[in-house]
Design a protein around this ligand. Sequence first.
Ligand code: NAP
Length: 333
Amino acid sequence: MYKIGIYGATGKVGSELLKIIHIRKFPYSKIRLFASQKSSGKKLIEDKKEFIIETFYKDSFKEIDIAFFCVSGKWSIQNRQFAEESGCIVIDNSSAFRLFENTPLIVPEINIDSIKKSRFISNPNCTTLIAAIPLWVLHKKYKLKKVIISTYQAASGAGKEGMDELLQAISQYRENRVFKPSKFQYDLAYNIIPHIDDFEINGYTKEEMKVTLEIRKIFNVSDLLISCTAVRIPVLRAHSESITVETELKPDINEIRDLIKNTNGIVLKDDINNNIYPMPITSSDNFDVEVGRIRKSIVFENGIDFFVSGDQLLKGAALNALQIAEKMVERTV
Ligand SMILES: NC(=O)c1ccc[n+]([C@@H]2O[C@H](COP(=O)([O-])OP(=O)(O)OC[C@H]3O[C@@H](n4cnc5c(N)ncnc54)[C@H](OP(=O)(O)O)[C@@H]3O)[C@@H](O)[C@H]2O)c1
């Protein structure tokens, strides 16, 4: 039984973690919840148990076996050392250390063995995670040459402030009032914004480059060609992605459907005659990422187009983090 600490427990990712630890019956003796001073003393109820939020303090790591970092990159950079000195296992949801050579970046269905003996593990970016398993299925069977991704990302990908801003913007729009955004660059109500995170010198955003660099690291293919365009849309929860791949070997649509049906973590939603395809409305609150609209590309000779939708707070964050912890616990039993 483990003593768990959720750091950032009042946020979108932290609060999902508290929920799924109970749903998946993770073996714990105690869970402690930490957030900023402003949340101190707040109560969260889960599984009929009451949890009180504590103000974060560095020495708390000494009383924790598994720490889930769900705050921000800056906070993770400030606190990694204290957690490591205390000897606890850390699973970090921030982007701060994902590309560090000595920090494993893990999707349990793909590269769990890369953990080796590390006690500080990075959880990949949400957009990376939603695409990773179907891409891995295709890579193993047909070898990926090129990947082109366009994303449709929910407001809650920007945390609870992002979600609140969308709800506020919609209500102001309905009242014909001008809305001044603070979290997003523009009013997101009935709009889309092709800009997530800062722009880099090559014209891509940091979010887009995270997808490229993280997939290369997880797949251990340093020269895989991946181009991503990341777009924020006025959906509250679950990210969707339109993906085109070119493969070395000739792909077969029926074989791909069978592979998807038989792979943990993804579910086939691909029946155009009955209007069955992946959507945020069906993928939200579910553990599996939906995959559908699978078709042979009319551009690449060996190419496939498909569409995915997955809950970015679950497989895109909290669920993947908890699956990493589950695997680590399995290994120590
Ligand atoms: N949202 C997503 O879809 C998603 C997906 C993948 C990864 N991530 C990553 O996961 C992390 C958390 O994201 P989120 O969306 O859950 O953010 P969020 O909703 O904005 O929550 C942030 C949390 O951090 C807490 N916090 C702020 N300052 C703190 C401090 N000084 N000490 C301790 N706690 C503090 C907040 O507490 P208060 O309530 O007290 O302010 C809140 O609990 C980020 O690194 C993010 O990039 C997010």
